[in-house]
Design a protein around this ligand. Structure first.
Ligand code: NDP
Length: 327
């Protein structure tokens, strides 16, 4: 037996609880992992609270990421005892996920943990840090270098936003952080933000083109915010769009793209090919300054996950929550 969060649905009745689960209930897979840590990502909070259609099969163990040790495997290239990290691949949506003490998965989904990181570090970073790194890579691939101008990060007080600030500032970019929590200025400056703006500046209906303010952006909000971020991007700049914290819509015009040559680079972490994952985790190991993980991530146990998901949806969580699934 092992413990995990279980989401069930019976008609309109949607519920999540901490449950005692049997190994026999685990889904099919060639690899069993003893999970040390998982996290609460925005998507997990949507799944646990039922506020978004994340879960596609019931009952479901949520948790789109996990870090732990391989217990049994028949997958090529893996051995019992290997320390691994997993992000996405539909885990926590269509396949039982990381918010439990055991997971059974496809070995090909697992990435070896860089030497520098403990399993706790891996989940302090989690899908948020990995996605932030993918956004940085998208800016770099499109030629946004520190000398081209400032880079804006929206949703700065959240998980992806915090890591994007820390990574960009480490790489020499001047970072503008957009937040609804300007009272968290010290925290954001501590991560490396040079300037802080109120997210309200970006969240209403805007003009097709605005003043050219940033050479690049990492956007976690979508909706009007993303439209305004594109409208404020300098000639030839790039916006890496990964989130929908404000909304899934995009009430924009093509003006930034056809008049300023702005690139809108979509970033998906879930189905990302393995080479990009290895590159992103390798670069995280090289680029995260000491102390960043302690600044961004707090820790909770499994029992605190369900209230923690509600708090995240209410915008009350700064940074991230690592979940020790064994306490
Ligand atoms: P968090 O909840 O940690 O952060 C989201 C942040 O967005 C909040 O902290 C808040 O920051 C800001 N925000 C909340 N509501 C609004 C709003 N109405 N308008 C503008 N900003 C708002 O989530 P994550 O960092 O884990 O994820 C951020 C987004 O990225 C989510 O939409 C998530 O689904 C998406 N995502 C996508 C991935 C992909 O593969 N494409 C992978 C990972 C995440 P503040 O208080 O500072 O304003």
């Amino acid at each position: 037996m092992f413990k995990g969060i279980l989401i069930e649905k019976d008609g309109d009745d949607y519920s999540a609880r901490v449950a005692e689960l049997d190994e026999g209930q685990l889904p099919e897979g060639d690899t069993t992992v003893r999970v040390d840590y998982s996290t609460i990502n925005y998507k997990d909070a949507l799944a646990i609270t039922g506020k978004g259609p994340v879960v596609r099969r019931f009952p479901m163990v949520p948790g789109i990421d996990l870090a732990g040790t391989v217990e049994e495997t028949t997958a090529p290239g893996l051995s019992p005892g290997d320390r691994v990290v997993l992000n996405g691949w539909g885990v926590g949506e269509t396949h039982w996920g990381g918010l439990a003490q055991r997971a059974r998965l496809k070995g090909e989904w697992l990435i070896p943990l860089p030497e520098r990181f403990s399993t706790r570090d891996a989940m302090a970073i989690g899908t948020a840090g990995y996605t932030a790194m993918l956004c940085v890579m998208a800016l770099e691939r499109n030629g946004v270098t520190p000398d081209r101008g400032d880079v804006l990060v929206t949703g700065a007080g959240g998980g992806v936003g915090g890591f994007a600030i820390a990574l960009l500032s480490h790489l020499g970019y001047r970072v503008i952080a957009a937040t609804g929590r300007t009272q968290e200025a010290d925290y954001l400056h501590g991560l490396g933000a040079a300037e802080i703006i109120d997210r309200a500046e970006l969240s209403g209906a805007g003009k097709p083109l605005g003043k050219e303010r940033w050479a690049g952006a990492v956007d976690t909000a979508g909706s009007h915010t993303l439209a305004n971020v594109c409208a404020g991007t300098r000639y030839g700049g790039t916006v890496a769009a990964c989130g929908l914290a404000q909304g899934m819509d995009l009430p924009a015009t093509v003006a930034p793209f056809i008049l300023r040559g702005v690139t809108l680079a979509g970033v998906d972490s879930v189905m990302r090919p393995r080479e990009d994952r290895l590159e992103a985790w390798g670069r995280l190991a090289d680029s995260l300054d000491e102390g960043v993980l302690e600044t961004i991530a707090g820790e909770i146990g499994l029992e605190a996950v369900i209230p923690g998901a509600s708090a995240l949806m209410a915008g009350e969580v700064r940074g991230r929550r690592v979940v020790d699934v064994n306490r």
